[in-house]
Design a binder for this molecule. Structure first.
Ligand code: ADP
Ligand code: GLC
Length: 484
């Protein structure tokens, strides 16, 4: 029987995206069709979402939802089955879904995402009977209160799974907000929404959902430790086997070098030499010396402490001295952006950078780089190394989280067995990164080995097929009461 899932999320590709969360929310539903799982996704009615809706149908009207009237719309957009919370007082703001034009969090974020969570919970309790799901799947802190609204209302409800994509974002707010959130006083307890004297949205979700997943097995283990748990490790340990890791995939339709309209020349695993035209186009685009023999390192990333790019900036002289080039696309912290902008001047023709968000350039970097660098300090899963595998750019990654789970280090044993797909380094330090850069130059000098690694990388299954099967098993266990 087809299982009905209500996914709840604050961003979804291709409508609104700030990071990998949107990619996951956008691609997983399509992959679940093969598992006989039908996903409808509840999202906020941001302007970009409202503009994309095809024939929206009003399925519920709220009289006064956190201050004003609101509507629940059912519609399709870009192939996605959506429920959209049309609440202009909360979501009718252009641009980034979380911050204003000055980059500051919207002051009413707790209410904006509590509203989304409350509507999800009500849908789980039969708000619109024909849309009642079998399981609710909530993503990240913005939807952490779904499980709280269900727990503290005394009505029958459906089971919940919460996926945490990044422990660094927790949604912590003052306890005085409790009445405004519509939660009873008893919710403010250690086994409820209370978190170190505040209300913790993510904490609530991790505590109260029937199951918790994160986006790789290694990150699932890391967050149980004080170093990786960012305050939640004790809670996660106490939840025992209710916490697990399911690796992300990527949309292999969007990320397909054989059909990609955003790259200079299409190619596949049987025609890897055609990558040369993409490398040339990338070098031209980023102002790098056009040289087929220069080893081009690519980066597509948010510029933040998490991503470890300060280490790369520090070791750029070694990268350039070894004959390498850097093609970087990123947006985020001004300090890092300025640092790399400065490096383009110091290392003219060897370091190129675009500060901003540019989907087409992200694809060209994947197709034209020889290596994709991901030196993250922590990485729940990471998607850019998966794209790199598919595009035959060898991922050079820190051995943490999902990076450890998705790249086979080309060490001596792997080379002898012919199974490597990239390079890993550990610990996450400048010295270890530099060591890995030197190892990469060594490998590059041995072109036959390099080509073998490239082919291994491109043949890796990075699709959603296996992860979707794992989610489907989890949903069915929950729906049948086998997991709790
Ligand atoms: P995170 O979600 O932590 O930022 P992921 O690797 O999971 O990291 O996902 C990042 C996603 O965002 C990938 O799809 C990547 O291609 C994309 N991305 C990141 N920065 C940029 C950028 N500046 N321009 C275009 N795409 C970007
Ligand atoms: C987060 C993580 C990233 C992960 C993405 C999607 O943004 O930082 O590692 O790939 O979510 O799950």
């Amino acid at each position: 029987m087809t299982l009905k899932i209500l996914a709840v999320v604050s961003e979804i590709y291709p409508l609104v995206k700030t990071g990998g969360l949107a990619d996951v929310a956008g691609a997983l539903p399509g992959a679940l069709v093969a598992e006989d799982v039908a996903v409808t996704t509840l999202v906020p009615g941001y302007p970009a979402v409202m503009a994309a809706l095809k024939k929206p149908e009003v399925v519920h009207s709220f009289a006064g939802l956190f201050g004003h009237d609101a509507r629940l719309l059912k519609a399709q957009a870009k192939g996605l089955d959506l429920l959209v919370l049309d609440a202009p007082h909360l979501y009718n703001r252009p641009g980034n879904p979380y911050v204003d034009a000055n980059g500051k969090d919207w002051i009413d974020n707790p209410l904006r995402f509590a509203a989304l969570s409350r509507v999800a919970a009500e849908l789980g309790q039969g708000l619109v009977p024909k849309l009642t799901p079998d399981v609710i799947h909530a993503h990240d802190w913005q939807t952490g209160l779904v499980a709280a609204y269900l727990r503290y209302s005394d009505r029958q409800a459906v089971p919940t799974v919460m996926t945490v994509h990044n422990m660094a974002f927790q949604g912590q707010y003052g306890r005085d907000l409790l009445p405004a959130l519509g939660l009873p006083a008893r919710a403010y307890a250690i086994d409820g929404v209370e978190y170190y004297g505040t209300i913790g949205f993510l904490k609530a979700g991790l505590q109260l959902s029937d199951r918790v997943t994160t986006v790789s097995p290694t990150y699932a283990a890391e967050i149980r430790t004080p170093e990786g748990g960012m305050g939640m490790d004790g809670l996660l340990r106490s939840r025992g086997a209710a916490v697990s890791g399911i690796l992300n995939g990527i949309d292999t339709g969007v990320w397909n070098p054989a059909t990609d309209p955003m790259i200079a020349a299409p190619y596949d695993v049987a025609h890897v030499s055609a990558r040369a035209a993409n490398k040339k186009a990338l070098q031209q685009k980023l102002g790098l010396d056009v040289d087929p023999n220069a080893l081009v390192f690519g980066v597509v990333s948010r510029l933040s402490w998490q991503k470890g790019l300060d280490l790369l900036l520090e070791r750029l002289p070694s990268l350039v001295a070894g004959g390498g080039q850097l093609a970087l696309l990123g947006s985020g912290e001004p300090g890092l952006a300025n640092g790399f902008a400065g490096a383009t001047v110091v290392h003219g023709g060897k370091v190129g950078m675009v500060n901003g968000y540019d989907e087409a350039l992200a694809h060209l970097i994947q197709a034209g780089s020889d290596v994709i660098l991901v030196p993250s300090r922590f990485e729940p899963c990471g998607l850019t190394q998966l794209c790199a595998l598919r595009y035959g750019a060898l991922p050079l990654v820190a051995r943490v989280g999902g990076l450890a789970d998705t790249v086979i280090d080309a060490n001596e044993v792997a080379l002898a067995a012919g199974v490597g797909t990239g390079l890993q380094f550990s610990p996450v330090s400048g010295d270890a990164l530099e060591g890995a850069l030197l190892r990469t130059f060594d490998l590059w000098r041995d072109r036959p080995s390099w080509k073998k690694l490239q082919k291994n990388a491109m043949k890796t299954d990075v699709s959603w097929t296996r992860p979707a099967a794992a989610y489907a098993r989890l949903y069915r266990d929950l729906a049948s009461g086998r997991a709790g």
